[in-house]
Design a protein around this ligand. Structure first.
Ligand code: APR
Ligand code: MG
Length: 222
């Protein structure tokens, strides 16, 4: 077990911790991008209110609801559909990494529980439609649902640049772990994408520095 991981029962026995549950919903698909790149699986993530990518879900209260009931409640708010999640969908629980933006110890006393649920392609599309049309959190806590591109295009587009975005907490590790655990991407392909992603990161840092320099110049002119 990776450090910080614990069983569902151990996690529930921890006192003084808040609990958050998130889920990766996915389906198989035969669709091809540009008729050439097999999309293979539709995996749903979301752009959160804080500008970070994450999975749907949120804070639950185990003294009033089961973890799975709490997660279904959060999904209704964020996705606009009632999705039953069961204990069998549970993948792991772990202590949340301390947030770099917060120094308070209470915010780091959080346990995150992760679930994965496979659905039919039509059900996933229905979730996407509902998330944009009837979810109460749409446009507020959730800025939009996003699909994870699993393919690699000539020039490296696809999974690699996606993985170099900013993710909440350990959501990137949860994604990578699930891709491997459920055989959604071959380990060699994922390794290649992550290596490419690190290079992209360096370019992004350079881009940001250039944008900062532009802003500085504008500030000085005022
Ligand atoms: N790994 C670790 N922590 C995570 C992950 C993850 N993959 N995903 C979310 N979190 C953390 C968030 O940082 C947050 O502190 O779990 C907590 C709850 O998750 P949210 O989905 O943000 O919770 P939700 O109930 O949907 O929204 C409540 O409103 O009061 C604000 O900032 C508060 O984020 C909170 C939000
Ligand atoms: Mg949430």
């Amino acid at each position: 077990m990776a450090s910080g991981q614990l069983s569902r029962a151990e996690a529930l026995a921890c006192s003084g911790f808040r609990h958050a549950c998130h889920v990766m919903l996915y389906s198989d698909t035969k669709t091809q991008l540009f008729g050439r790149f097999p999309i293979r699986h539709i995996i749903l993530m979301q752009m959160r209110f804080d500008g970070l990518l994450g999975f749907p879900g949120g804070l639950v209260n185990p003294s009033e609801e089961t973890l799975e009931e709490g997660l279904s409640r959060e999904l209704l708010e964020e996705l606009g559909v009632a999705l039953p999640i069961s204990v069998e969908d549970h993948v792991d629980s772990c202590y949340a990494p301390a947030s770099p933006s917060s120094s308070s110890s209470s915010s780091s006393r959080l346990i995150t529980h992760f679930y994965v649920k496979k659905m039919e392609e039509e059900q996933i599309k229905e979730v996407e439609r509902a998330a944009a049309s009837s979810a109460t959190d749409h446009g507020q806590e959730v800025l939009g649902m996003v699909r994870v591109p699993l393919y690699t295009m000539k020039g490296g587009g696809g999974l690699a640049p996606f993985l170099s975005h900013c993710f909440i907490g350990n959501a990137r590790s949860q994604l990578v772990d699930s891709l491997l655990r459920f055989n959604l991407v071959a380990p060699e392909e994922l390794h290649k994408a992550l290596t490419h992603s690190l290079t992209k990161h360096t370019h992004t840092a350079e881009d940001l520095k250039a944008a900062l320099a532009l802003t500085e110049a504008r500030r000085k002119r005022r």
